[in-house]
Each structure stands twice: as structure tokens, then as C-alpha cells.
Design a protein around this ligand. Structure first.
Ligand SMILES: C[S@@+](CC[C@H](N)C(=O)[O-])C[C@H]1O[C@@H](n2cnc3c(N)ncnc32)[C@H](O)[C@@H]1O
Ligand SMILES: Nc1c(NC[C@H](O)[C@H](O)[C@H](O)CO)[nH]c(=O)[nH]c1=O
Ligand SMILES: N[C@@H](Cc1ccc(O)cc1)C(=O)O
Ligand code: SF4
Length: 380
């Protein structure tokens, strides 16, 4: 391992194509000199260009959050409700199919579906049939729609409720038509942080186990990091290290599926539960911190995870466009309706037209291209 930890030396290694150690990543994350930060940006931009070229992609998709009734109480989450609370919702199958029909009519190739962990969501007392019924209904009416659905936390919830293994649940979802899995619920993959921000959630090992099982069973996943709350630069790098090892394993073992993209999700605190909000002491993410982390993630992961996406919901479209110069090559989905972070006070909006995303990309003189969920190009 290289132990000379000055930022310039580290960046020279990165440009030469070497993998950085987490310790070297920490050094980059701790820089405050604008000239050095600009060099980090330049290196991330150069690696992005070498690894995936100039084209910036986007996907036409719709978010469907089928319920926000949730048994857990993550300290960053403004989306969850108890049944009967004001603002609690649970969509009927007909409403979900109607939303999907409208999405298809507007050109969507993907439905991104996630929800709360709702103990009442069962058919004949079982959880898995409820989820399978959602998938089967969507697939029957819209066979070509890609279903990017259910986080590792939701998979564990189903498995626990029905006394099944994770593989059993994933195989059933896959065979019913799930195309890929959102890599949410990752938050920070460090159990000392998880104990504070999401004590009821699956632990780090379980998150990694479920994602690896998905890859082994042919289900691609995304990967995320909830940043900008109580975590340290060391914990951020440990998180990226776990994602890199996971992808290296999928490559070495020649699993039929892998991580398709990495997304930084900066914490929005404005209407998040007050203990964490007060502890973090700010309502909106700090753009500069998110951009530096985005660049370091490209440098650290880019050889293994090619696609990097900012969140326009959380950063605003201008912030997300700026992130395209800090290692990102994708601007995400049109979403059509976003609830999770908007309920936490995000200011970026809940819906983008494809033309709006294209215009933002073109403002940087980069070519744009519609993609599908698995990063195959798509034409409108
Ligand atoms: C709301 S959950 C939905 C799926 C499922 N309940 C779960 O927790 O995996 C999806 C993700 O939204 C993100 N999220 C929730 N609240 C947020 C906030 N205030 N700011 C930024 N991201 C947030 C978290 O990363 C979380 O894993
Ligand atoms: N679904 C939400 C996203 N982004 C998801 C991506 O648009 C898409 O599903 C992915 O690129 C698949 O390849 N961002 C948010 O801030 N909120 C969401 O609910
Ligand atoms: N971007 C995530 C999904 C997601 C992200 C943030 C959210 O708040 C909600 C959902 C994925 O596609 O895997
Ligand atoms: S993040 Fe997910 S599991 Fe946690 S409270 Fe919110 S909806 Fe529930």
C-alpha cells in the first residue's frame, strides 16, 4: 500500500490508474484548499471521461411509493407514518396500475417502486404474495416496463415475516418480473452509525449479503450512500470500500448481475424528525461537501462501478448539473412524482421533463442520451 498521503501524490496515483486505499480517500475528503479541491474535481472528470466518455444519460421513469406506513423509525425519515396518522397512505392496486399507465403513456421505461414496511400488507397472512401480486399485476398489463423495485430492507422484511431465506424472496420476485433492485437502505454501511440513524434496520453485513445474493441470482442493483449527517470521512470511505469489494466479488465470481450505478443521497433535514435534524444543525445539504464526495467516489469506485448519478431532488437541477463536472455521467430519472425526500423538505422538485434534463446536460456542451435502467441506450 502507498503510504505517502499528500493529496497531489494520491491524485497522481489515481490518474495513473491505481486503486486508492480508503485512507487515501480520507485525505482527499479532508482537503480544504480550493486549488487542491479543483485538482480533485479535474481528476474525477478525467477518469469519468476515460471510463464512460462524454455522454450524459437519463432514464424516463416513475416513482411509485405504494405506502408510507412503516414499522420502523429511521431518524432521518420524514416519509414514514403509523397507520391512521395524518398523511398516512396506502395505494390500491388500481391506483398503482393507473399511475403506471400514465407513466407508460409519457414514455417511461421504468417504475421505481419502494415503500414503508407495512405489517398489514399481506395476502392470506403472508407478505410475499402481497408484493408478488403488485409485480404480477404490473407485468401483466405492461410487460415491457422494467420494475426497479424493493430495497434490501424490504427483502429482509418479507423474508422475516414469511420465514423465508433472502434467496427465496429474491427468486420469487425475479420470477414474477422484478428487473433490478434499488440499493437504498445502505445509508452508511457502518454499524456504529446505523445504531444511531436507523437502529431497527438491517445491519451492514445483511445489506451486503442481500445485494450479493441478488447479483448471484441475476438481479442487478444500484448502490447509494446517505451522506452529510453524523458520519465521518473515515466512515464514508469504509462505505465506499464495502461497495467496491462487493462489486469486485461480483466480477471475480462472474455473477450474472452487478451494481449498475452509484448515487450520493445527501441528507435533507428540513422536516426530518427533530433529534437528528438538530444534531446535524442544517436543513439542506451543503453542495460543496456533496460535490467533493461525488468526485472522490468516482476516483475510488470508477474502475468497478462505471455510472455515477447525482440526485436533482436533493441538490436541485443546478446542483445536479454541476455534479456532472465532478465525476457523474448520468442525471437520473424523470421520476414523475417524488415523495420521500420532498417530504423531508427537499427543494429540487418532484418531476422533470426529459427536455429539461436534456437542456441541463446540453448547457455543459455534453451530449445527452436516454437510457434504460440497465444503461442500454434507448431512443424516443
Ligand atoms: C424511504 S426508504 C424506502 C424503502 C425502505 N423503506 C427502506 O428504508 O429501504 C428509501 C431511502 O430514502 C432515503 N431517504 C430517506 N429520508 C431521507 C432524507 N431525509 N434525506 C435524504 N434521503 C433520505 C434513504 O437513503 C432510504 O434508504
Ligand atoms: N427514485 C428516486 C431517485 N432516483 C432513482 C433513479 O431515477 C432511477 O431509479 C435509477 O437511476 C435506476 O437506474 N432519486 C430520488 O431522489 N428519489 C427517488 O425516489
Ligand atoms: N436512486 C435510488 C432510489 C431512491 C433514491 C433516493 C430516494 O429518496 C428514494 C429512492 C435507486 O434508483 O436505486
Ligand atoms: S427509511 Fe424506510 S424503513 Fe426507515 S422509516 Fe423510512 S420508510 Fe421506514
Amino acid at each position: 500500500m502507498i503510504l505517502n498521503l499528500t493529496a497531489d501524490t494520491i491524485l497522481n496515483h489515481a490518474i495513473a490508474g491505481d486503486d486508492l486505499s480508503p485512507e487515501q480517500g480520507v485525505v482527499l475528503l479532508q482537503q480544504t484548499d480550493p486549488a487542491i479541491i479543483e485538482n480533485i474535481r479535474l481528476v474525477s472528470d478525467t477518469l469519468r471521461s476515460q471510463q464512460v466518455g462524454e455522454t450524459v444519460t437519463y432514464v424516463i421513469n416513475r416513482n411509485i411509493n405504494f405506502t408510507n406506513i412503516c414499522e420502523q423509525h429511521c431518524s432521518f425519515c420524514a416519509f414514514r407514518r403509523d397507520a391512521g396518522d395524518e398523511g398516512a397512505f396506502w395505494l390500491e392496486l388500481d391506483q398503482i396500475l393507473e399511475k403506471a399507465a400514465e407513466a407508460v403513456q409519457r414514455g417511461a421505461t421504468e417504475i421505481c417502486m419502494q415503500g414503508g414496511l407495512n405489517l398489514e400488507a399481506k395476502i392470506n397472512g403472508k407478505s410475499l404474495p402481497y408484493y408478488l401480486n403488485l409485480i404480477q399485476a404490473l407485468k401483466t398489463q405492461f410487460p415491457h416496463l422494467h420494475l426497479h423495485t424493493f430495497s434490501p430492507q424490504e427483502v429482509q422484511f418479507i423474508a422475516r415475516e414469511d420465514h423465508l431465506s433472502y434467496a427465496d424472496v429474491i427468486i420469487a420476485l425475479r420470477d414474477a418480473g422484478v428487473g433490478s433492485m434499488p440499493g437504498t437502505a445502505a445509508e452508511i454501511l457502518d454499524d456504529s452509525v446505523r445504531k444511531i440513524i436507523c437502529p431497527e434496520k438491517i445491519n451492514t453485513a445483511t445489506w451486503l449479503d442481500i445485494i450479493e445474493t441478488a447479483h448471484r441470482l441475476g438481479i442487478p442493483t444500484t448502490s447509494t450512500m446517505l451522506s452529510g449527517h453524523i458520519e465521518t470521512p473515515q466512515q464514508q470511505m469504509q462505505h465506499l470500500q464495502q461497495l467496491r469489494s462487493l462489486q469486485q466479488k461480483a466480477i471475480e465470481q462472474d455473477y450474472p448481475a452487478r451494481i449498475t450505478e452509484f448515487i450520493v443521497l445527501p441528507f435533507v433535514g428540513e422536516t426530518a424528525p427533530s433529534p437528528l435534524r438538530r444534531r446535524v444543525g442544517r436543513d439542506q445539504p451543503i453542495l460543496a461537501d456533496t460535490l467533493l464526495l461525488t468526485a472522490v467516489a468516482r476516483i475510488f469506485l470508477g474502475h468497478y462501478i462505471p455510472n455515477h448519478q447525482p440526485s436533482w431532488v436533493k441538490l436541485g437541477l443546478d446542483g445536479a448539473t454541476e455534479a456532472l463536472q465532478w465525476g457523474c455521467n448520468d442525471i437520473g430519472g424523470t421520476l414523475m412524482e417524488e415523495h420521500i425526500t420532498t417530504m423531508a423538505g427537499a427543494k429540487g422538485g418532484t418531476c422533470m421533463e426529459p427536455e429539461t434534463l436534456e437542456k441541463a446536460i446540453a448547457s455543459l456542451r455534453r451530449p445527452y442520451q436516454q437510457r434504460d435502467t440497465l444503461y442500454h441506450y434507448h431512443s424516443r
